[in-house]
Design a protein around this ligand. Structure first.
Ligand SMILES: CSCCC(=O)C(=O)COP(=O)(O)O
Ligand SMILES: [Mg+2]
Length: 236
């Protein structure tokens, strides 16, 4: 297939449990100290200001102090809210965790094969995740299979493209990579994300791994048990 492939991470290339049970708690535990120690750094301050603005938009009463801000960020983490400032802060905290050797990205073995299969076929591969671009790059740099970033043509997140359940985000990505929407395949474990991509006229593939999602739920998106099955189908 000519065109491009855009991959989701959590639940698609990689185990959701790794993100939820290792990455999220790692950042959550460090959030308060991070905000205290680094809150003056421009990129941290920008994320904190963005979080404050979001809180202001959504709440009636707000004291605005730092402890309250941290409590809200922790709550967003507990609720797995895909809000950009939280994702930005998590990405920065994880980045240090990778550098320290505390963290490693997870990738299913079949995903490694799938990425190689698409690479050999000459199909450009992009990542679109709610995790920040920095978090995505670090994830694919530090895998048990080595650094896989050489196989990836680019990354999109909620800041550069927008929320994953909104059609406009897929229009934005298509425009940025300069590929006709009908020639872009989006692969995800989330029906809502696939529905949004389809509304933007993208092709879709639903990876429904039995170990991630054993429900009998079905959809009219082409459905596969793993990522390698998608790559084989698309490149045969
Ligand atoms: C490896 S990037 C961090 C993952 C993350 O924070 C996240 O929210 C995953 O969302 P996805 O869009 O990949 O399902
Ligand atoms: Mg996902």
């Amino acid at each position: 297939m000519n065109g491009a492939v855009v991959l989701d991470i959590e639940g698609t290339t990689s185990a959701a449990a790794h993100v939820k049970n290792l990455l999220f708690p790692y950042a959550r535990k460090r959030l308060a100290d991070w905000v205290n120690d680094r809150g003056h750094e421009p990129r941290v301050k920008a994320a904190l200001d963005e979080a404050r603005e979001l809180i202001r938009e959504h709440s009636v009463r707000q004291s605005g102090d730092q402890a309250e801000l941290v409590r809200v960020l922790e709550q967003w983490s507990d609720e797995d809210r895909k809000v950009t400032p939280l994702k930005t802060l998590q990405g920065m905290i994880w980045s240090e965790g990778y550098a320290r050797g505390d963290l490693q990205g997870h990738i299913y073995p079949d995903s490694v094969q799938a990425i190689q299969t698409w690479r050999v076929s000459g199909t450009p591969l992009f990542i679109y995740s709610s995790g920040s671009v920095l978090a995505q790059q670090q994830w694919f740099t530090h895998t048990p299979y080595g650094d896989l970033t050489g196989h990836l043509a680019g990354y999109f997140d909620t800041e550069t493209a927008g929320p994953k359940r909104e059609t406009a985000s897929y229009h934005a990505i298509a425009k940025c990579i300069d590929v006709q929407p009908q020639l872009i395949l989006f692969v995800s474990d989330s029906r809502q994300e696939l529905d949004a991509a389809r509304r933007a006229q993208w092709r879709t593939g639903w990876v429904k791994r039995p170990q991630e999602d054993p429900s009998p739920e079905s959809s009219d998106h082409a459905t596969y048990p793993d990522l390698l099955s998608v790559a084989r189908r698309e490149t045969s």
